[in-house]
Design a binder for this molecule. Structure first.
Ligand code: SIN
Ligand code: FE2
Length: 208
């Protein structure tokens, strides 16, 4: 029997949003972006504890974390260079999925090696919460968890597979979410294994 999963209000899952050919094209354009803006290991505010996830960004604003805190900035924290442009495919994905009339400003690229994870957190370093967060997955599947309401509400777990798109906006825009684990050998897309997640976000309010 088919399983039906009820997602929290404001959460939309488009399974197989990118077919294999598109996943390969996106993987290759991210490889080009990472050649210019290398993945680095961010550290937690205050404690300086390294993340298990490696990160880089595209777009006018990149999300960074260091001992001073979380923020958006126009430059790579290691090279000092501006982030590369958001790949065209991702701009198109945003248009299709966000239902928001302004382009994304931030494109965070997370790389999860085998045992990397991400603790429950809210995306709340943006000013404009009217736009949703659009998230795309490539490579190995993961167990993703998102709260069913505001604050520390109970969570639901879902598997995200290569090519899936997840959109969380409206009542779910500031829902707690995280990645419990990566499921090994569930995709052949990334030669090195692991998982890539891309999140597209609007940061500032659009100019009136
Ligand atoms: C994130 O919340 O930044 C990442 C979510 C994911 O990897 O699916
Ligand atoms: Fe997040």
């Amino acid at each position: 029997m088919a399983t039906v999963q009820v997602l929290p209000r404001g959460v939309h899952l488009a399974q197989g949003f990118l077919d294999r050919t598109k996943q390969e094209a996106l993987r290759d354009s991210l490889r080009d972006a990472a050649a210019r803006a290398p993945f680095y290991t961010p550290v937690m505010p205050r404690t300086g504890k390294p993340f298990s996830v490696r990160m880089t960004n595209c777009g006018p604003l990149g999300w960074v974390s260091d001992k001073a805190g979380y923020r958006y900035q126009p430059n790579h924290p290691v090279t000092g260079k501006p982030w590369p442009a958001i790949p065209e495919m991702l701009m198109t994905a945003w248009e299709t999925l966000s239902q928001y009339p302004h382009p994304p400003q931030a494109c965070l690229i997370n790389y999860y090696a085998g045992n990397a994870r991400m603790g429950l957190h809210r995306d709340e370093d943006e000013d404009d919460f009217n736009a949703p967060v659009v998230s795309l997955s490539l490579g190995n599947s993961c167990v993703f968890r998102i709260a069913q309401g505001e604050g520390r509400a109970p969570t639901v777990s879902l598997k995200l597979h290569s090519g899936d798109a997840l959109v969380f906006g409206g009542p779910a825009r500031r829902a707690y979410h995280g990645v419990d684990r990566i499921l090994p050998d569930t995709s052949t897309l990334l030669k090195s294994g692991g998982r890539i997640n891309i999140t597209l976000r609007r940061v500032t309010f659009p100019e009136p």
